[in-house]
Design a protein around this ligand. Sequence first.
Ligand code: COI
Length: 368
Amino acid sequence: MALSVLSHIDVRPADHRVSEVERQARMTNPGFGKVFSEHMVTVRYSEEGGWERGLLQPYGPLMLDPASSVLHYGQAIFEGFKAYSQPDGGVKTFRPLANAQRFNRSAERLAMPQLPEEIFVEAADALIREDKAWVPKAIGESLYLRPLMIATDAALGVKPSHEYLFVLFASPAGAYFAGGVKPVTVWISEDYVRAAPGGTGFAKCAGNYAASLVAQRQAKSEGCDQVVWLDAVHRTNVEEMGGMNIFFVYQEAGRSVVVTPELTGTLLPGVTRRSILELASELGLGAEERKITVAEWNAALREGRMTEAFACGTAAVITPIGRVKSRHGDWIVNGGGTGPVAAKLRDTLLGIQHGLVPDTHGWMHEVC
Ligand code: COI
């Protein structure tokens, strides 16, 4: 195997590559998170030695001691961001530093070590360069990057691990939801909460997602696609939809205003959420972060003050909400269709990401 050296990462690619025909077959209608590119990056950490040099190597299973503390006590965090092919044939990632920073906020909450941002970004850049052929070309398709960190001490005492493993791999991705961008039906969860004050809601840790699955299953059994989470204390304020942030579109004084629940510590501070708030004024939209109750959602729709609702996240970008169901009644949003504000925001974001709309915020990071 040839070895080349970057500032933090040694590059030892696979001797044999997947054939062009096989790669094309795997990349046709890839869906989300089912197909993986040919390499991954691993970086080990120990309390004594800090972060070691990373290694880019062929994608494959990890060897873990069964006593690894991540398997028992769940010290595990992850991120998600995307690389997009550009009109000139190059590849850029969207706001990787924002993800590196959130990764470290998650790490801090889970008593894990901070990963230098430059290692996070260099790992992604090295992987994308090596697996450039796996970056889809179509608009709306991308190479999804999945960095993660797990605790690897082989010890059963309940305490922060001394050793950790950072892994980054990539997955060519099409639409997140099987139905593409068609509006979803949501179930308002009253039996379960996602996060409580003082808990881990703002962190992208594995446990938050594990604890959400039973509610997601309940939503499915109620004929819905996704669950909407309420705050744990009052059970009245809307917080998130599934693993995504949520927005409402109001009509105020002749213009559309996008409103999203404020970050209270129980919500995930989404990079797409932040980007929408930052884009709003350029698109002639107002933007507000505040509390919104379920009762207000229903009343504002009935009174015509609210015209749309949508969820946003890296994986699915923007997903309109067409129908809301709960134990206390159902209602339709925007006739069950995709509204103009959700469509405009989605087109603008995808345009910036694919290099078709000027990147006036400096969000895109050039990789190769
Ligand atoms: C996203 O919307 O990007 C998410 O966080 C969902 C992901 C866990 C698949």
